[in-house]
Design a protein around this ligand. Sequence first.
Ligand code: NAD
Ligand code: DAU
Length: 338
Amino acid sequence: MKFVVTGGAGFIGSAFVRLLIGSGRASLVVNLDKLTYAGNPENLAAVADHPRYRFVHGDICDQSLVNALIEETRPDVLVNFAAESHVDRSILSPEPVFETNLRGTLTLLEAARLHKLPRFLHVSTDEVYGSIEPPHEADEDFPLRASSPYSASKAGSDLLALSYFVTYKLPVTVTRASNNYGPYQFPEKLIPLMISNAIEDQPLPIYGDGMQIRDWLYVDDHCRAILAAIERGRPGEIYNIGGSRALPNVEVVQKILAALGKPESLMQTVKDRPGHDRRYALSSEKLMRETGWKPEMPFEQGLRATIEWYRANPGWVARVKSGEYQQYYQRNYEGRAV
Ligand code: NAD
Ligand code: DAU
């Protein structure tokens, strides 16, 4: 199959591109990426010169670029990873989030409609269900209750994508995954931020009481689930993708500190994130039943592998933490210690 992947220079998109090329599953992978602060060509060094891989630097909001790319490539499937993906940044500046996550998704859908694309996979998030009271888990029919500008933009783009199935019969599938972790994740997200700060003996900022619960999914398990949804899932459907490993944030951070042999005194309570969702909990029963997929990486093993990757790649970390990252970090964390 020929793939167009958007946002393939980011954390999950690059893992997906590496999987497609490494597994020999794709005859061609075209990666359209704007290379925002989160897009990093270094993430694709392993495939950059591969004959079946092609990189296009551009914005998914650029309709003529997207139309030309689809016209020229005629892909069997388009997988849309491109997004502004961070909740804290969406709280600080909502506009770019809505531009890429909504306008960009619309642009891709329009090109897909025009060229009658055989398959469109829109990558989304469990955050669209909002905070979930125990003991409940969200299945795909659970009401949408987005809390942040990020999750509202993703919920909107999911509905937009599904409307193209209903109205135009475009074969759209939406996947909603829980919190991913693994190598190459930008250190604005919990796990890589805590690992890299701990390695540098810097404070680890814990939002509020740190008892918020997230369900952790290893990035390669997520990528395999997306492939399963493309190959064996049904158009017009939503598939949840969870890691089946729910943990309070503070426990995740304690595990990181223990693995690195660092003291728990590095943890520093900071003022909570506004609108912070307390608990995410997801049922992936539908995807497992229909495709046979299941998460394979045990959390402790995945966390160890992730920590080892960050330890082994100080140059990557130093480069992504220089420049803009420093301004973001200051803006998000300064004056927040309690
Ligand atoms: P990321 O922030 O690491 O990467 C996003 C990529 O999109 C970057 O390469 C960036 O350059 C690119 N991009 C941004 N705006 C663009 C634009 N206008 N045009 C073209 N490219 C653009 O994100 P990620 O964590 O890899 O997430 C990928 C997708 O998965 C997102 O849609 C996100 O909502 C979803 N998701 C993420 C998680 C998670 O835990 N990280 C969980 C569930 C779903
Ligand atoms: O659930 C899926 C979502 O997971 C994805 O859609 C998003 O793209 C991804 O960013 C992630 O969103 P979260 O807000 O859950 O992830 P984040 O890593 O930002 O935060 C995880 C938890 O850790 C959350 O409860 C907030 C907390 N946290 C985070 C940071 C960055 C802290 O306590 N301190 C921090 O410094």
